[in-house]
Design a protein around this ligand. Structure first.
Ligand SMILES: Cc1cc2nc3c(=O)[nH]c(=O)nc-3n(C[C@H](O)[C@H](O)[C@H](O)COP(=O)(O)O)c2cc1C
Length: 164
């Protein structure tokens, strides 16, 4: 079976996901990137993965810094997702989008108002096609109450009501 990239994209767009912003320290500046190729891998030890395009600036930052944050966006943070997905973004746009950060003791940026935050130490990185699978060991977690931002069919949604 031969599948076009468009068919592959449409199939993946049918898979509704949450949205994260991966944060990494860049010599004292915050570098963020919107990512939904994120999943848990192992409970013991606690491992997660995120897949990052070789061409993304984040790729070089994760490789160099070896510690990163995963911020699970809440429903009201669509503008933040858009900002950190824009390859031509200007640093001044972060504040306009509503992005504000604290720092962990390791210096990793933590996004205000995110539903959950996981601080990760890079454990492994494996190339897979045009992306790299970054596996992180979870060192710290913060969880807040609230509702998530959902990405489906290239649009943002709220969670809606339970079906039962
Ligand atoms: C909802 C959404 C999810 C995304 N998920 C990923 C992802 O998992 N991995 C990835 O490499 N790029 C992903 N992107 C694209 C990056 O956010 C985009 O290329 C960004 O500009 C990369 O920034 P950087 O070059 O500063 O690292 C996603 C974009 C959107 C809108």
């Amino acid at each position: 079976m031969s599948t076009t990239q468009e068919q592959f994209r449409r199939a993946m767009a049918a898979f509704a996901t949450g949205v994260t912003v991966i944060t990494v320290d860049d010599n004292g500046r915050v570098h963020g990137m919107t990512a939904n190729a994120f999943t848990s891998v192992s409970l013991d030890p606690q491992l997660v993965l995120v897949c990052v395009d070789h061409k993304a600036q984040t790729h070089a930052h994760l490789t160099a810094r070896k510690r990163f944050g995963i911020n699970v966006l809440s429903e009201g943070q669509g503008a933040i997702s858009e900002h950190y997905a824009d390859p031509d973004r200007q640093p001044s746009g972060a504040e306009q989008a509503g992005a504000r950060f604290d720092r962990t003791p390791h210096g990793t940026p933590v996004l205000h108002g995110a539903l959950a935050y996981l601080e990760c130490r890079l454990q492994d990185a494996r190339d897979a096609g045009d992306h790299t699978i970054f596996i992180g060991e979870v060192e710290d977690v913060v969880v807040r109450n609230g509702e998530p931002l959902i990405f489906f069919g290239s649009e943002y949604y709220g969670i809606g009501k339970p079906l039962n």
